[in-house]
Design a protein around this ligand. Structure first.
Ligand SMILES: *Cc1c(COP(=O)(O)O)cnc(C)c1O
Length: 408
């Protein structure tokens, strides 16, 4: 069994990765965040905790997830494309890795309830799963518009025993859900734990979520070496908040020969604000949701409108460690538009028999582009999730283009 390793050099004790990160929160939350930080720093080196989490990764999530050589894609485009199969995890994506970590930590701290917001409902399903397993209550805040759009996920959450709290303010989507969840959290931060769904938010969350996700790269590095006798030339991952990307990048940060690529959503048009969510490609430093990082902002410095065909990628900020790695030049950031992502969605489905999440399809599209443009080295792609959740949407909006007639 591969045990998670949760100790990494960054961030500093105040939660900074260079200029980014930190904690910008109401004073009454400061002591609570300190407590979480202290509790986490204690358990992350505790062999019993690592044993428990490693056991759940193996026997509950189904880790290690395989690394698969996508032979058909590789032959078609040249080069050598490999996939780290996070889509095969229990609940269908990488999110279960950090949800289990956060849930175990909350349990150890004596919390009674996990709370979170959700947009498309993926974090909203992974968290109640972890809550059921470690026997904690779970409240999920969700905009009423998203509840209609993502009805099957709402049903899943309720079956898993979570309370889904409809949010009817404003545009009734993710931003209002974040605000409502935060208010709910402030009512009782002693008994509740706010479980953030990516490497974002105030310290210690960007560090904690990264640590829990770093099992992806730890496994992949060893598996890739075993398969090929060497390390990959390139590692590619999609970036929404940035957790699956940090999960696979972390193990390779010190391997200067491995080029790391983060893929952001270019949406409908990378040149028009509001039509994409490419935070590092087009944003500038700013503060929102309790941390400093790159941010897409409007003229008043408020979080800008964002759009992507992949609802898991449309976030106007990005994890602070990505901001740091961007400025260092250690990770190269690219943007892939809706059209290329959908093309990759069908291509991977039809050439390899793997239906990817539309989020993950952005990373696949970038790998296909690199190979087409003559990259002959090996490319390891983090396939962050499976596409079952996306099939109805894709067929309704793009089916005709790909030879799928109306199914009704
Ligand atoms: C949520 C999600 C993402 C985006 O989140 P990150 O924190 O950037 O990883 C990507 N892929 C899948 C399958 C997701 O569910």
């Amino acid at each position: 069994m591969m045990k998670p390793c949760l100790t990494h050099p960054q961030p500093d004790e105040n939660g900074y990765f260079g200029n980014y990160g930190g904690s910008f929160i109401p004073p009454r939350l400061e002591s609570i965040m300190k407590e979480i930080d202290t509790a986490y720093r204690e358990i992350r080196g505790d062999p019993a905790f690592l044993e428990e989490l490693g056991g759940l990764f193996k026997h509950y999530v189904g880790r290690p997830s395989p690394v698969f050589h996508a032979g058909n894609l590789s032959r078609e485009f040249g080069g050598a494309i490999y996939l780290k199969r996070e889509d095969l995890n229990h609940t269908g994506a990488h999110k279960i890795n950090h949800c289990l970590g956060e849930a175990l930590l909350a349990k150890k701290m004596g919390k009674k309830k996990l709370i979170a917001e959700t947009g498309a409902g993926q974090h909203g399903v992974a968290l109640p799963t972890a809550a059921a397993l470690v026997r904690l209550e779970c409240d999920i805040y969700m905009g009423e518009v998203d509840m209609c759009k993502e009805h099957p996920n709402v049903v899943r959450m309720r079956i898993l025993g979570a309370r889904v709290i409809p949010v009817g303010q404003g545009r009734k989507t993710l931003k209002e859900a974040v605000d409502a969840a935060f208010e709910g959290y402030l009512k009782d931060p002693v008994n509740q734990m706010y479980c953030i769904g990516s490497v974002v938010g105030p310290h210690p969350f960007p560090m904690m979520v990264r640590d829990f996700q770093s099992i992806i790269g730890l496994e992949a590095r060893e598996q890739f070496e075993e398969l090929t006798g060497r390390l990959p030339d390139h590692v590619v991952a999609c970036v929404g908040g940035g957790s699956n990307a940090m999960g696979i990048f972390t193990a390779f940060l010190d391997d200067s020969g491995v080029v790391l690529h983060g893929v952001e959503p270019a949406g409908r048009n990378l040149e028009i604000p509001g039509e994409h969510a490419a935070t590092l490609s087009k944003g500038s430093p700013g503060i929102m949701h309790g941390f400093k990082s790159y941010m897409l902002q409007d003229e008043e410095g408020e979080p800008g409108k964002v759009y992507s065909v992949a609802s898991g990628l449309d976030y106007p900020s990005v994890g602070p460690q990505h901001g740091y790695l961007h400025d260092l030049g250690r990770v190269r950031y690219h943007a892939i538009n809706d059209k290329a992502a959908i093309e990759a969605f069908f291509h991977l489905s039809r050439r390899e028999g793997i239906i990817p999440a539309i989020e993950s399809a952005h990373a696949v599209a970038h790998a296909m582009k690199m190979a087409r443009e003559g990259e002959t080295g090996s490319i390891l792609v983090n396939l962050s999730g499976r596409g079952d959740k996306d099939i109805d949407f894709v067929v309704e909006n793009y089916g005709a283009q790909y030879g799928i007639q109306d199914l009704s």
